[in-house]
Design a protein around this ligand. Sequence first.
Ligand code: LCS
Length: 404
Amino acid sequence: MARSYKHMETSVIHEGYDSKDMLGSLTPPLFQTSTYTFNTAEQGERRFAGDEGGYIYSRLGNPTVTILEERIAALENGERGLAFGSGMAAVSAILIALTKANDHILCSSGLYGCTFGLLTMMKEKYNITHDFSSMETEEEIRSKIKPETVCIYVETPINPTMKLIDLQMVARVAKEYSIPVVVDNTFASPYLQNPLELGCDVVIHSATKYIGGHGDVIAGLAVGKKEFLNEVAMTTLKDIGGVMAPFDAWLLLRGIKTLPVRMERHCDNAEEIFKRLKTHPNVTNVYYPSDEAHPDYSIMKRQMKRGGGVISFEIKGEKQDAQAFLNQLSFLKIAVSLGDTETLIEHPATMTHAVVPEESREKMGITDQLIRLSVGLEAWQDIWADLESALNQININSDAYSKA
Ligand code: LCS
């Protein structure tokens, strides 16, 4: 669905919904229903046969969910959107739809822990194998593509290392082999990056994060070609059943209206925090895409509007210093997830990426000292004051360790 409005700020509010169709209700109504009545038995038959449009049963479609699907399709400039009960429901439905036993998936060198878990399960159960690629050059990607490779699966920015993948380059190589490129765009959100416009084939979001934005929904979205997503809707989504609840769609329709405003503020705040983390003596490395010293800075300039709201950094010391640092925070919340109004901070090695075996974690760059910070919408001065005070305390604890 092409965007009907020139600016995304308008699209996030209006796409997919006209109040005239709904008795003038400014806000899209919540169709909290599991099923839909047919006027006659023949009408039921026609709907099941696909000869007549209209709703049948909410696992097959729901009007509130449809509005959200149309809106996300427009935001990502894709033909069709599809809603799921979680980001993982979207990832699993898309990957299952694209593969069969003994196929191969080529992945970016870092992935969210549960995506890694899903790939491990697909390998054990169906011998659907995968390899990781740094995707730094076209040659490197070509060298990892096998005859049985059926898709390339990419996260960018990568959770939690904040490495970036050049999507135009990946799409160019994939076209040579006629392999679809699936991009998990969760960390950027549709406001900062639009993979379909860069030549990729399917975009996935954990809508739990920036799209919802308020930490009250678990949900997923996908956008791509109509033919492919119609097939997913009628197979892996319908029959495995990981559908989005109407109320969650309603909450997401509310949250998404402020996506551009929130993302600008997330980025403003993250830039302020990044500058200060970079010069703190107890911080050894900071990973933030709009750092001019970030190895992928040129990719950020080409494919993202701004650097986003997530910063990862390593602190001096060991795992216990990282944990002690988190324990010293006063109002910043120790929690997984990201993209919420509240600043959230976590320890990937023992939380989001704990399922990844230590050796693979090391290869991905997830050390015991790595902390992931999702910068929220509070005043950056308050966020920094809390971080700085906890970072200063770590110094004291580290001294204690070294003296012990
Ligand atoms: N993709 C990415 C990049 C994610 O970060 C997550 C969740 C998912 C997919 C799955 O989405 P969900 O099913 O949770 O909606 N990431 C999380 C994280 O980093 N902390 O907590 C969840």
